[in-house]
Design a protein around this ligand. Structure first.
Ligand code: HEC
Length: 119
């Protein structure tokens, strides 16, 4: 009996980890980039991507949370339908390149999938 309980607990834990990884859940701890183990928060993206790589043309707009949300450039939980993600993953932005690295695009994906929180 104890063995059965142990196994079902392990299964639930595994399921929780899988669902968490797929973004069905909202983890309390910051999501980390699997390649670099860096936290993915809006301030992280702002400092490392949006300000250095977008402000040449967009000034500080891409680092302005309300600006992105008010224009529906970001749909929380749905990277695929978010204009911001579409543009960086296809390499359309930054315009005239160089395109963002896979880990930068991945970090934006994870931030959006996990609810695109303002932190
Ligand atoms: C060299 C200039 C340049 C850089 C750098 C640049 N953009 Fe843009 N971006 C533009 C221009 C020009 C437009 C307007 C495009 C249009 O209307 O066809 C635009 C439009 C956009 C839009 C709005 C698209 C829409 O459909 O309304 C988003 C979102 C965007 N850029 C995101 C970014 C992000 C994120 C970065 C940095 C990773 C970035 N851009 C870097 C020039 C740039």
């Amino acid at each position: 009996m104890a063995t059965v309980n142990f196994k079902s607990e392990s299964f639930l834990l595994l399921l929780a980890l899988i669902l968490n990884g797929c973004g069905f859940n909202h983890p309390k701890t910051p999501v980390t980039d699997s390649n670099q183990n860096i936290p993915v928060s809006f301030s992280f993206l702002t400092q490392n991507i949006f300000l250095p790589k977008c402000s040449q043309c967009h000034e500080t707009n891409m680092a302005d949370y309300s600006y992105l949300m008010n224009r529906n450039y970001v749909v929380p939980g749905s990277a695929e339908t978010s204009v911001l993600y579409q543009l960086v993953s296809t390499g359309e932005m930054p315009r005239n390149g160089p395109r963002l690295s896979d880990s930068e695009v991945n970090a934006i994906y994870k931030w959006i999938q996990n609810g695109a929180r303002d932190n």
